[in-house]
Design a protein around this ligand. Sequence first.
Ligand SMILES: Cc1cc2nc3c(=O)[nH]c(=O)nc-3n(C[C@H](O)[C@H](O)[C@H](O)COP(=O)(O)OP(=O)(O)OC[C@H]3O[C@@H](n4cnc5c(N)ncnc54)[C@H](O)[C@@H]3O)c2cc1C
Length: 324
Amino acid sequence: MTEDIYDITIIGAGPSGLFAGFYAGMRKNKVQIIDSLEIPGGQLTALYPEKTIHDVPGYFAVKAETLVADLVKQTAQFGVPIRLSEKVVDITPTENQGVYQVTTTKSSYLTKAVIIATGNGSFAPKPLKTDEPSDFDFSKLGYSVTDKQQFAGKNVAVAGGGDSAIDLALMLSEVAASVSLIHRRDAFRAHESSVDKLYVSDVHVVTPVTIRSISDCQEGLRIALSDDRELEVDHLIVQHGFLSNNKDIRAWSVNLEMKRQHFMVDSHYQTSCDNIYAIGDTANYDGKLGLIVEGFKEGPHAVNQIMTKIHSGKLSQAHSTSLF
Ligand SMILES: Cc1cc2nc3c(=O)[nH]c(=O)nc-3n(C[C@H](O)[C@H](O)[C@H](O)COP(=O)(O)OP(=O)(O)OC[C@H]3O[C@@H](n4cnc5c(N)ncnc54)[C@H](O)[C@@H]3O)c2cc1C
């Protein structure tokens, strides 16, 4: 165990955890960020690094991986350590009043406060289910795209009807020979502006159909659809959402009130345990939205609350620079 006592330990290096880490560092807290993945960025890096994001303030449009790189740079200026490939497996109260022990797969740390920014926990894409059982090797299918150039000149199908499926189809249509978007309904569950873009793009919209079966054909795949049409493509990328897993977190020693996968928090983002806060996608309260910008707001708020408690008399709010 490291004997230093951190002011704040942030669990999760997604956008919420990174920005909270920056803010806590700027306010001169002794802070660290821990993430189980090999790279920072959470969902942005793991699930959609090439996607363009339009709803982060200050950016007209920004690629997810660029936003993460900027957040990491912003956090690094205050020397905040980001410990990667290190999963938090427990938080325990210690005999030292007001100090928690955070245990990871590599070490354990003492900390006065914890900010949980674990998103939906560890996540994995929902596997494709075809209407008919088959011997097809489903591991050949793709579930994410880290480099769109891999699909240059290829015939690609995307399965799904949400934002991620439409965004991916539009992105691939910039480089692929053809892109077909397969969805079981005529209507899409996506931003209106994305759907508008879809219908004026080169993407071939294939609805309302399900995928009956998939088989190998020459060097590609043959997709049999429920309306008896068939598509021959080089790649099929499935975008049917994600299965998340916060089960491990339920086993932590501290008794945190959860609703489904998320931590219940009060109006200052504190969980049911003193000095343990939850921000970003993992926080649950009335009116909560699953947007990056929500975590950006919640992090500084939680840090300010923590500071009023662990550094007695500290001003609860400050600007990054002053006029004079
Ligand atoms: C396809 C898709 C497109 C999206 N597009 C947009 C968009 O355009 N605009 C927008 O605002 N939002 C968008 N979102 C939502 C956005 O990605 C989330 O709101 C955002 O990622 C939440 O950030 P977070 O830091 O709270 O959690 P996450 O990004 O989920 O990061 C959580 C981090 O915690 C880590 N972690 C989990 N458990 C542990 C543990 N026990 N120990 C250590 N580390 C742990 C994970 O490894 C992960 O790195 C999109 C989401 C998806 C899936």
